[in-house]
Design a protein around this ligand. Structure first.
Ligand code: GLC
Length: 525
C-alpha cells in the first residue's frame, strides 16, 4: 500500500445528496445528513465521495442547472456545513469530489440574466447566440435552439432550454470557469467530476451535424460539430496544471456520446486524470446485456484503448441510468448483483459505487404522473426518465427507511423494510457484507488495484474468468453467469479461495465446478 493513490487505487462512492440522509426533517437530504453517515462510509471502506451538485439550482434538471457555482444551495445547508463535511471526511481518510457542471448554467444564473438582457450587454457573448438555428438538437428533446423574444435571437442549449450552454471560446468565460475550480480547491476540495466536459467547445462556424439513423432526434446526428472539438485539449492541459499546483487533486470526466478510443484520448498526462467508461450499462439498447462475453469484450476494448496511459473510472450505476441490480437481477435475489459488484471491484479500473448499490437497492417504479425528471416527462412511455434510480437511501426499517423524519421528496422503494443497511450489517451473506469484503480484498491485494488483467478462455459457456497479475501474486476471478453449474479449468498451481458465494475453503487445483451464479476469487499459493 506504500504507493497507494486515493483517486487511482481507491474506491469512490457517489452520493446523490437529496436522497442520502436528511438531518432536518424537510424530506430533502442535506450536508449534515451526509456528515452523520461518514462513519458508515468509513466502515464500508471507501476512499472518496463524489457529491452530485450541491449548488443553488431552480432544479429544472435536479441540480444540474446551476445558478451559482460558488455557493451552497440552502436546502443542503450552509458553507459552514460544507467545510465541516470536508473536515470530518478528511479525518476519516475520505476525500471529497464535487460535480462541476460547466458546459451550461441555469437560465437563472446572473451571467445568463445579463447575457439575455440586451444584445450589447458585456456578457452577451458569454453564451451562444445566433440569428438562425442550425440543426443541433437537445438531448432532452427537440431543437437545441430557443428563441428569445426580447433580443430577437436564438440561444443554444444542449439540454433543457433552462440550461443555456456557455461560450467557452470567450476568454473571460474561460477565466471565470477556471476560477470556480480555484475557489473550491482553496476550500480543500480534493477533486472534480466534470459534467459533459467534451461538449464545452462547439464548431466556431456553427456547422450542421451530419445525419445518421437513431431513435431520438439527438441520436439522429453524428456529433462532430457540437462536441469533441480539438480546442478541448489545451483547456484540459491548463486545468491539469491548475490541479497539479495543489497536492493530490483529481479530475474525472463524463464523456458524453463517446467511444472507448475517444474516452481514452481525454485522459493521461496534461489531460484529465481519468474518464468514465460507461459501456457496460448498455443504455442505448432496450434490453441490458448480461452475459460473460459482453463484459469480456467490453473490457478488452477498453484495455486496448486505455493501454497503460490511465486507469479508467468504472461505474455500473449512477443517477442517469437504471441501477445495476434492477437491470440484472430478478426480484429480490442478489446473486447477479454480486457478480456485477465483483466485476466493478476486480476489473482493471477505479470503481465508483452509486449510493445504495452496496445493499443492492432497486429502482422504484413510477406512474406517469409521479415522474419528475424532464427526460421521462418528454419521452414517456419510450423512456421513463431517471427518477427510478434516485429514491432515498434505505438505512433501516423505521418509517421512511430512516432517511427522513418528514415526507421524502421522492418515494421510497417498498422493499426497504427488508432491504436496508441495518439488516444487512447483521447478515454475513448480505450484499453489504459481500461488498465490504470485496473492498477489503482490493486494499489487501495490489494485484486487484494495479495488476495486469488476463482473460482466460473457459471451455464452458457463461463463465467469465480472468487473472489479475502482479509481482506480489496472482488473483483469479471466476464468475458463473448461468443458472447451472459450470466447470472452469484453472491455470497450474494450487488456488486458495478468498471469497466465494458458495461454501469453499479448501485449496483447489486443475478444475473448479462453479455453482449457479457463483462468484469465486482465489489466490495462487
Ligand atoms: C450529465 C448529468 C445528467 C444531467 C446532464 C446535464 O449527463 O449526469 O444528470 O442531466 O449532464 O447537465
Amino acid at each position: 500500500m506504500g504507493d497507494f493513490l486515493w483517486w487511482r487505487d481507491g474506491v469512490i462512492y457517489q452520493i446523490y445528496p437529496r436522497s442520502f440522509a436528511d438531518s432536518n426533517g424537510d424530506g430533502f437530504g442535506d450536508l449534515p445528513g451526509i456528515t452523520s453517515k461518514l462513519d458508515y462510509l468509513a466502515f464500508l471502506g471507501i476512499d472518496g465521495l463524489w457529491l452530485s451538485p450541491i449548488h443553488p439550482s431552480p432544479d429544472k434538471d435536479f441540480g444540474y442547472d446551476v445558478a451559482d457555482h460558488t455557493a451552497i444551495d440552502p436546502r443542503y445547508g450552509t458553507m459552514e456545513d460544507f467545510d465541516k463535511l470536508v473536515a470530518e471526511a478528511h479525518k476519516r481518510g475520505i476525500r471529497v469530489i464535487l460535480d462541476m457542471v460547466l458546459n451550461h448554467t441555469s437560465d437563472q444564473h446572473p451571467w445568463f440574466r445579463e447575457s439575455r438582457s440586451s444584445r450589447d450587454n458585456p456578457k452577451r457573448d458569454w453564451y451562444l447566440w445566433r440569428e438562425k438555428p442550425n440543426n443541433w438538437a437537445s438531448v432532452f428533446g427537440g431543437s437545441g435552439w430557443d428563441y428569445d423574444e426580447k433580443t430577437g435571437r436564438y440561444y443554444f442549449h444542449m439540454f433543457l432550454k433552462e440550461q443555456p450552454d456557455v461560450n467557452w471560446r470567450n476568454p473571460e468565460v474561460r477565466k471565470a470557469q477556471l476560477n470556480v475550480f480555484r475557489f473550491w480547491l482553496e476550500r480543500g476540495v480534493d477533486g472534480f467530476r466534470l459534467d459533459v466536459f467534451n461538449a464545452y467547445f462547439k464548431h466556431p462556424g456553427f456547422e450542421d451535424n451530419p445525419s445518421k439513423f437513431g431513435l431520438r432526434r439527438f441520436d439522429q446526428q453524428v456529433h462532430v460539430n457540437d462536441m469533441d472539438r480539438p480546442e478541448m485539449m489545451p483547456l484540459l492541459g491548463e486545468l491539469r496544471s491548475l490541479l497539479d499546483s495543489y497536492p493530490e487533486r483529481y479530475s474525472v470526466g463524463e464523456p458524453f456520446v463517446s467511444t472507448p478510443e475517444k474516452t481514452a484520448s481525454y485522459a493521461g498526462a496534461q489531460k484529465l486524470h481519468t474518464a468514465f467508461f460507461f459501456f457496460f450499462d448498455n443504455t442505448t439498447g432496450l434490453i441490458p446485456k448480461w452475459n460473460a462475453d459482453h463484459f469480456r469484450r467490453q473490457m478488452l476494448d477498453l484495455g486496448k484503448a486505455a493501454g497503460n496511459v490511465y486507469l479508467p473510472a468504472l461505474a455500473m450505476s449512477n443517477h442517469d441510468i437504471p441501477r445495476s441490480a434492477s437491470r440484472y437481477c430478478r426480484g429480490e435475489d442478489d446473486a447477479d448483483a454480486k457478480i456485477a459488484m465483483t466485476l466493478l471491484m476486480t476489473m482493471r479500473g477505479t470503481p465508483f459505487i452509486y449510493y445504495g448499490e452496496e445493499i443492492g437497492m432497486r429502482d422504484i417504479s413510477l406512474s406517469r404522473k409521479e415522474i419528475m425528471d424532464p427526460v421521462g416527462r418528454y419521452y414517456w412511455p419510450i423512456i421513463k426518465g431517471r427518477d427510478g434510480c434516485r429514491s432515498p437511501m434505505q438505512w433501516d426499517d423505521s418509517p421512511n427507511a430512516g432517511f427522513s423524519k418528514g415526507k421524502p421528496w421522492l418515494k421510497l422503494h417498498p422493499n426497504y423494510t427488508a432491504r436496508n443497511v441495518l439488516a444487512q450489517e447483521k447478515d454475513t451473506d448480505s450484499m453489504l457484507s459481500f461488498t465490504r469484503r470485496l473492498i477489503a480484498l482490493r486494499k489487501e491485494y495490489g494485484a486487484l488495484r494495479d495488476g495486469g488483467i488476463l482473460f482466460l478462455e473457459p471451455s464452458q459457456k457463461d463463465v467469465l474468468a480472468y487473472l489479475r497479475l502482479s509481482p506480489q501474486g496472482t488473483i483469479l476471478v471466476g464468475l458463473n453467469f448461468s443458472s447451472r453449474a459450470r466447470k472452469l479449468d484453472l491455470p497450474p498451481g494450487d488456488w486458495q479461495p478468498l471469497l466465494s458465494t458458495s461454501a469453499r475453503d479448501e485449496k483447489i487445483s486443475d478444475i473448479i465446478k462453479l455453482a449457479p451464479h457463483e462468484v469465486c476469487l482465489m489466490k495462487s499459493s
